[in-house]
Design a protein around this ligand. Structure first.
Ligand code: GLN
Length: 485
């Protein structure tokens, strides 16, 4: 085993004391990818040569004493982030030849710190899915059981961290795409408050929901990476100009008196027994650390899936209108008539799930149906947000399962979109309300599959969420287990 199995904070001290170099570390990581990725398929593209150059530059920087938290750390980036000069496909045929002329702000920020980008990770096409099965580049496998899905849409970002193919990764979360794969792959994933991290240069899916966030091996690393990503960006008008605290300083381990709300709507009859047992035990563990458990209610939870699957496709139908064969990516050949070219390009370039979302979204926005679907969904979205506002008067954080059941088999739900959508039930309300949320490992099923605990916080209180997650994590050792892969 090489250096690839360590965390950012473990490596920071080794790199700074010159015990190891970023070149050695990056070589180990690239080697690990070479040995494992034929089977797992975490990556759409690798950037081995660029990574070695970045590692050399990082070592020079470390030698000169100019050190940032991510200097020399190998990081994988979801293929939804624009990367200057590097293929950015969104795992779609539509963008299979797209090389952006600029970096997304998140990518620019980690590069400025001297992070080493090792490759672009696989995802559901245009981030639409919960299993990474809709990728044009084939499914990603779960390193804990390669017959199963890693979750999605940031499946490659999750599997790459879980399988030690990188030290940390970047993901995006529109309805759970960071937290759900983190839970199913047994690692940590955090969706920050809407507006906390810039989305400039991230291919837009549903603009009122999308957020960028860290995917890491433990909570301390999530705090480090979130710190690097956060902050105002004049290039993203939804990014908010408020101070970024030192998240790492908030990991005190002390959660005495912290009020944890347990929403009764998230603990339902018929829930998977392993999930229910693990999450119940985690709540007891947090109580044993001095937290105060409060019963709360989020009464509109049952409408969240329906509301999300109107709003997200509606926004997607508008955002994806730009892929027409003129400005970006794929263009159908041999056609001279413009409308025909648009039609053929979109028919060829998008996969089935993306087409389904565009059709559903266009329908929900069309005149005559707008009031009945889109407007109604927006009203219920407000009720869901109000539920959280009321609940947070009585508690500091909310604790729930991240996903109703552990990773399912590849192919098990792909023929039934509704079953797939329903598996997002516990993650999407957080996006509808714009709240921060994290998933941390909290146990394993009888069959040895990871289970995730979700912790939600008030707007811009990522620090409290991280503190609670860290205190829980440090009292357990679930995050230390590795897949045998
Ligand atoms: N599974 C959800 C969907 O398919 C969420 C995806 C995401 O967060 N990008 O829309």
């Amino acid at each position: 085993m090489g250096l690839e199995n360590l965390t950012i904070h473990e490596l920071r001290s080794k790199l700074d004391s010159k015990e190891v170099s970023s070149v050695e570390l990056t070589r180990d990581v690239l080697n690990r990818i070479k040995v494992t990725d034929g089977e797992i398929n975490s990556f759409v593209s690798l950037t081995a040569d660029e990574a070695m150059l970045a590692a050399e530059a990082a070592d020079k920087r470390i030698a000169s004493g100019d050190i940032a938290p991510l200097t020399g750390i190998p990081i994988a980036v979801k293929d939804i982030f624009c990367t200057k000069g590097l293929l950015t496909t969104c795992s779609s045929k539509m963008l299979s030849n797209f090389i952006p002329p600029y970096d997304a702000t998140s990518v620019a920020k980690i590069k400025e710190e001297g992070a080493v980008i090792v490759g672009k990770t696989n995802m559901d096409e245009f981030a639409m899915g919960s299993s990474t099965e809709t990728s044009f580049y084939g499914p990603t496998k779960n390193p804990w059981d390669t017959s199963r899905i890693p979750g999605g849409s940031s499946g490659g970002s999750a599997s790459s961290v879980a399988a030690d193919q990188c030290i940390a990764s970047l993901g995006t979360d529109t309805g759970g795409s960071i937290r759900q794969p983190a839970a199913l792959c047994g690692m940590v994933g955090m969706k920050p408050t809407y507006g906390r991290v810039s989305r400039y240069g991230v291919v837009a899916f549903a603009s009122s929901l999308d957020q960028v966030g860290p995917m890491t091996k433990d909570v301390e690393d999530a705090a480090i990476l979130l710190g690097a990503l956060s902050g105002h960006d004049p290039l993203d008008s939804t990014s908010i100009n408020c101070e970024v605290p030192d998240y790492r300083e908030m990991l005190t381990g002390d959660i005495k008196g912290l009020k944890i709300g347990i929403p009764k709507e998230y603990f339902i009859d018929g829930m998977d027994e392993d999930v229910s047992r693990s999450v119940t035990k985690s709540i007891e563990d947090m109580a044993a650390l001095g937290a105060e458990v409060v019963d709360i209610s989020l009464p509109h939870t049952e409408y969240a899936v329906a509301v999300y699957y109107i709003i997200a496709p509606a926004e997607a139908s508008s955002n994806l209108a730009r892929f027409d064969g003129v400005k970006y990516g794929h263009r159908a050949e041999g056609l001279t008539e413009l409308i025909e070219m648009y039609k053929k390009t979109r028919a060829q370039g998008f996969g089935d799930e993306v087409k389904r979302r565009i059709m559903l979204g266009t329908y929900a926005l069309s005149s005559g149906y707008y009031d009945a679907y889109y407007l109604k969904a927006q009203k219920v979205r407000s009720l869901i947000s109000d539920d959280f506002k009321k609940a947070f008067e009585r508690c500091d954080i909310i604790v729930t399962p991240t996903v109703p059941s552990p990773a399912f088999k590849i192919g098990e739900k792909s023929a039934d979109p509704l079953q797939m959508y329903l598996s997002d039930i516990f993650t999407i309300s957080c996006n509808l309300a714009g709240l921060p949320g994290i998933s941390v490992p909290c146990g394993f099923s009888e069959g040895g599959l990871p289970i995730g605990l979700q912790i939600l916080g008030k707007h811009f209180e990522e620090g409290t969420v991280l503190k609670a997650a860290h205190a829980y994590e440090q009292a357990t050792d679930w995050h230390k287990r590795k897949p045998k892969f």
